[in-house]
Every structure is written in C-alpha cells, then in structure tokens.
Design a binder for this molecule. Structure first.
Ligand code: AMP
Ligand code: ZN
Length: 462
C-alpha cells in the first residue's frame, strides 16, 4: 500500500503526509465571500478539497478528520452591494447585508452540494468570531508585531524576519512589484490591515481601537485557531491566495503564537480559465455554478468529473467539449454502477492514484479500466461503484434519457417524428431535407446514427 504524498507549497516538494494526530486530522480551506453567485472557478477548490476530505476520511476514519471552511460575511464587496440594495429598496444597510449574505450562503451550499461536495465539519462565519479576532490583534500589539494608527491596526511586516517564506519573495521585491495601498498611517508600504474603522451605517464592533471591523487575512487566522488549534495539518485554497492572503495568515498566526508553526502543509489549486480566456464579467464569459447546473449537460456529477480531468495544481481550461465528454463518461459509469450497493472497499489502483498528490486524471483512467472490466465481472462492477463513491461522483443523480431529452428541449415523440420524417425524405432521395433535419437535431445536441439495415439510432452529443 502506498503512502499519501502531497505537494507542499511551503517546501515546494511532494512530501509524505503524516498528521500531527491521526485521531484528528485537521484541514482549513479559505471559503467564499458571500456577496454573489459562485463561479465555476470558485468550484475548483471546493471540489479538489472535497476529494481530499473524502480520501482522508477513508484513510483515517470518518470521525477522525476535521475540515473547516469559513464563510466571509463581512467585506467591502458585500457592503458595496448592500448599500446599493438598501438605496433601491429604502431599507437599512444592515438589513440588506443580512439578506445578501444569508441568500448567497444558502445558494453556495445548494450549488456545491449539487456538485457532490460534503458539508465541511465546521463552516464558521467571520461575524460570529469577532472576539477571537480582537484577542489576536491584542496579542500582536503586545508582542510589537502590530501597531494602532488612526483607527486602524496594522501588521508590521518588518517585525517578522521570515515574512515572505511561503511566496518566496523578499520584502524589497514586494514593495517594488506590488500595487500596495499607500497610506499615511503605514510605517512600511507592505504593512497590512488587521482592523479598520467602520462608518455608522456599516457593520462594526466596539474594540480598543474604536468601532470597526476586521481585515480579511485576520479572519482566517483567528478562525483556523479557534476550530483547529494553533498548529494543524493542511491549509488549502486557490493559487491566487498564496500572496498576500496566505502569507499574511502565516505572519499573523506565527507571530501571535511564536512557538507554533501555523499550517504544516499548504496546498494550492491552479487557476481555471474559460474557453482559453480569463473569466470576467466584461468579456461576457463569466459562468456561475448555478448557470452550468441548469444547462442540458450540466449535471453535478458531470461538472465534477470534468473538473477532475486535470490535476489540481495545473491550470485548467474549461470548455464545453470537456463537459460533454464528462457527461458521456458519467452516463456509462452510471449504467453499470447504479444498482450496486456501495461499500468502502476501494481497489488499490484507485487509492494509489489519489495518494499520489491527488492524481485525479489517473483516478479517472482507473475508472475507465474498471468500466471495461465491469461488462462481465461483478467484482469490477463493485469496484467501480465503490471508487465512484470515494470520488464523490454521484451517478445516481444521472438523468433518464427522457429527462436528458427534455433538458435539451425535445420530447421523445417529437424526436421520433423527426427521425421518421427524415427517413421518409431519404427514401425519396430528398437529401437536402434529410440533412436539414439531421442538422436541426444536432444543433439541439442529438446525434443521429444510421444503421446498415435502414434504421436510425440517436444519442446525446458528447
Ligand atoms: P474568492 O471568493 O475570490 O475569494 O475565491 C474563493 C476561492 O476560489 C479561492 O480559493 C480562490 O482561490 C478560488 N478561485 C477563484 N477564482 C478561481 C479560478 N478562476 N480558478 C480556480 N480557483 C479560483
Ligand atoms: Zn483564508
């Protein structure tokens, strides 16, 4: 049996994973800022770390893994949207904030559940952990790692000699390269905010530095400590968070608790782009998880499978071909595995793939082999069902052909009528009409296949 190995961004090496306490393996992943629908790029870390969560539960036991993913419910982007909504509706800003964050958090939960993701063990909200954040700031000020200035509290980066160890940047390079906010109250341009003042209509909490709210980096440090302790095993998030967010989390936590390393292993997923381009609202290629779930081939299990086709550390291009390929795979796995009761006996080949730094492309190859063998082997069929369950690919949510057709906007009767009309046209050698019908169906996502005996089969386009 192979050993679980994970690529640690901190050491830039693939390492054997050994938890501090095998009876409580602890993982923290930066969660969503709840102000709008999550996009398909946001789904990547959720799926990747869900696969890791499932693997850890398999290896160490369900009761022995604690997975914390926070919800950022205090943030400038939330405030900006809430102020707009409050003005439109003539309601207090705080009510608008409550409404937006509650609705968005619920939407997020529904979306990621449809992608087959388990609920993390804890989902703490920033606004419910403010006293812990204030306590951490007090500790940092007492240890001279932070200083109050004009209602703000700033972290003093020059007080931590190894600041930059995760992103491997030296302080002087950062200052030269970064678009840092220059502010008169900062001693060093790289100093970052732990606490900032709040206006009366925006959320704020009383503190020794006046009424205000926490900085984003601080939220994660305080919540990770609250729910996982000063030291824990794994910290995850997208590669865009490496700097400054994760660097600053380390700085805060290790200066507040100088005898403890913060997270021991750092994992970062690569970025997802859309059909070869960076996703952005202005380019009009911005796709939310919810949009995709409502597309004909946007089955949760298919979206999840499409995501797992690329290794988590690689950049990934999201294309419609990829999704339809994944849909086809899920359809055939489903056919073989859906009536098999699942157990947790997973074949070694599957575990070996996942234990090798979550090599999900290899895991999908294993599924493919199992699918081939499952034609005439009950054992392979069982292995296939168990492996799908471990990966969180819920084939049972697969649609029937009728449901798929209706998702494509075609009824079965209509489809057969078109096929009959086309066959009549072919018999009459009216190929223009028969091609027209074929193309019309293809544009709806249905491919016709003519058999040598004159009959015609159809399938959903992949
Ligand atoms: P945000 O709400 O922007 O803080 O993002 C939430 C999570 O999604 C973070 O872990 C980000 O790193 C990740 N993320 C955002 N955009 C993408 C993307 N295009 N590809 C992969 N991960 C992303
Ligand atoms: Zn974070």
């Amino acid at each position: 049996m192979s050993q679980l190995r994970l690529y640690n961004t901190l050491t830039r090496k693939k390492e054997d994973f050994a938890p501090l306490d095998p009876k409580n393996v602890r993982m923290y992943v930066c969660g969503p800022t709840v102000y709008d629908f999550a996009h398909i790029g946001n789904a990547r870390p959720v799926i990747v770390f869900d696969v890791l969560f499932r693997l850890l539960r398999h290896l160490y036991g369900e009761q022995h893994v604690t997975y914390v993913r926070n919800i950022t419910d205090v943030d400038d982007k939330i405030n900006a949207r809430a102020q707009k909504l409050a003005k439109e509706r003539g309601i207090p800003v705080l009510d608008a904030i409550r409404e937006i964050t509650a609705q968005t958090a619920k939407q997020y939960e529904d979306d990621v559940t449809a992608l087959g993701c388990l609920k993390p063990t804890r989902e703490p909200r920033a606004t419910e952990n403010i006293p812990q954040m204030i306590a951490m700031i007090k500790k940092l000020i007492a240890a001279k790692h932070a200083y109050p200035a004009q209602g703000h509290v700033l972290f003093d980066v020059s007080s931590k000699p190894d600041y930059g160890k995760l992103s491997r940047r030296a302080l002087d390079e950062m200052i030269a390269g970064a678009r840092v906010e220059v502010a008169p109250y900062k001693k060093n341009p790289m100093d970052f905010v732990l606490w900032k003042p709040s206006t009366p209509e925006l959320p704020g909490w009383d503190s020794p530095w006046g009424r205000g709210r926490p900085g984003w980096h601080l939220e994660c440090s305080a919540m990770a400590e609250e729910y996982l302790g000063q030291t824990f095993d794994i910290h995850g998030g997208g590669i865009d968070l490496l700097f400054p967010h994760h660097e600053n989390e380390i700085a805060q936590s290790e200066c507040a608790n100088p005898r403890s390393q913060f997270a021991r292993v750092w994992l970062h997923n690569g970025f997802l782009q859309m059909e070869g381009e960076k996703m952005s609202k202005s380019l009009g290629n911005f796709v939310t998880i919810n949009d995709l779930l409502h597309q004909p081939l946007g089955l949760g299990a298919a979206i999840r499978t499409a995501m797992l086709m690329t290794h988590y550390r690689q950049p990934m291009d999201w294309t419609s071909e990829r999704l339809s390929e994944a849909y086809g795979l899920v359809a055939r796995w489903d056919y073989r595995a859906k009536s098999v009761p699942v157990s947790d006996r997973v074949p070694d080949a599957m575990l070996d793939a996942l234990k090798d730094d979550l090599n999900t492309p290899n895991a999908l190859t294993v599924l493919h082999d199992l699918w081939h063998k499952s034609e005439d082997s009950d054992n392979a069929r069982q292995d296939l069902a168990n492996s799908l369950a471990l990966l969180g690919i819920k084939t049972k949510q697969f649609r029937t052909l009728e449901q798929t057709l209706s998702a494509l906007g075609v009824s079965k009767e209509e489809l057969y009528e078109k096929i009959n009309l086309r066959n009549a046209a072919r018999k009459a050698k009216n190929f223009k009409e028969s091609d027209r019908i074929r193309d019309e169906l293809e544009s709806k996502g249905i491919i016709l296949k003519d058999n040598s005996d004159g009959t015609t089969d159809w399938e959903v386009k992949r």
